[in-house]
Design a protein. Structure first.
Length: 135
């Protein structure tokens, strides 16, 4: 069953990465990367991916990477916003401003990766990674 045929809605909380991956079908393709703080300037790991799930373009923030870790989702665009969070409110308040700044700064590249990343070869992905700006 493909992603577009699977409906998964979490209304009570931000889903873990593991929960989101479980709704993908065997033939669904996506690319992802965990970007460490030294690449972004944000004091969190930023998870980026190609189109994943039923939602629009977004990134996820993790204090530490992992499938079962609390996270926050931020929309990708020139005016990003926090969409959902299972992070502690103090942690979110501490890291969200820089994460929002980073997404706004890199929204064009992130949007391109979201919609076209699965067609990129390794040199395109390397160029994409080098194009990301640090805050």
């Amino acid at each position: 069953m493909a992603v577009h045929e699977t409906i998964a809605v979490w209304t009570d909380r931000e889903p873990t990465l593991d929960e989101e991956l479980r709704v993908l079908g065997e033939e669904d393709v996506f690319e992802m990367a965990n970007l460490p703080p030294e690449w972004t300037g944000v004091l969190a790991t930023i998870f980026i991916s190609t189109a994943l799930g039923q939602h629009g373009p977004r990134i996820k923030l993790y204090l530490k990477p992992g499938r079962h870790q609390p996270s926050a989702s931020i929309s990708i665009g020139p005016n990003p916003r926090v969409l959902a969070s299972s992070l502690d409110e103090r942690d979110l308040a501490r890291i969200a401003p820089k994460a929002l700044e980073w997404v706004a700064l890199n929204h064009a590249a992130l949007t391109s990766f979201w919609f076209e990343g699965e067609t990129m070869n390794i040199s395109d992905v390397a160029d994409f990674g080098r194009s990301l700006k640090k805050v």
